[in-house]
Design a protein around this ligand. Structure first.
Ligand SMILES: [Zn+2]
Length: 113
C-alpha cells in the first residue's frame, strides 16, 4: 500500500447548454414516470405496468446524469490502468491496484462560474 496519495489533474468536461436542457427534461420525465408508477400501483391497473414505469423512470434519471456529467478517461498513476471518472469527483479507487487517486479539476477558461 502506498501511503502518499498521487494526484492527477484533469480537465473538467464542458457541458453544453443543450445537454443541460436535455438533462432537465429527462429529470422531469423521470419524475412523471415515477408518479405514473405510483398511480398504476394504487389503482391496480397493473403491477407489471407499474414495474415498467419504474424502469423507464430510472432510465430517464440515468440518462439525465449521463448528459450532465460527461466522464473523463485517464490512466492510474500507480499501475497505468485506463480508468473512467465522472467530472467533478474528488477521488477514485483504482479498480486494478486498489490505490486511492486524488483528482484535481481544471475548469476550462470558457466557462464562467
Ligand atoms: Zn492502479
Amino acid at each position: 500500500m502506498n501511503t502518499t496519495k498521487k494526484e492527477v489533474t484533469l480537465k473538467l468536461p464542458i457541458v453544453s447548454e443543450l445537454n443541460k436542457g436535455l438533462s432537465a427534461i429527462f429529470v422531469l420525465a423521470g419524475v412523471v414516470m415515477a408518479l405514473v408508477a405510483v398511480f398504476f400501483f394504487i389503482t391496480i391497473i397493473g403491477f407489471f405496468a407499474a414495474i415498467g414505469a419504474i424502469v423507464v423512470s430510472a432510465f430517464c434519471f440515468v440518462i439525465s446524469q449521463r448528459l450532465k456529467n460527461s466522464s473523463v478517461g485517464f490512466s492510474c498513476p500507480y499501475c497505468k490502468k485506463q480508468l473512467m471518472v465522472m467530472g467533478g469527483i474528488e477521488s477514485i479507487k483504482c479498480v486494478r491496484c486498489g490505490d486511492l487517486i486524488l483528482l484535481k479539476w481544471e475548469t476550462p477558461k470558457s466557462i464562467k462560474s
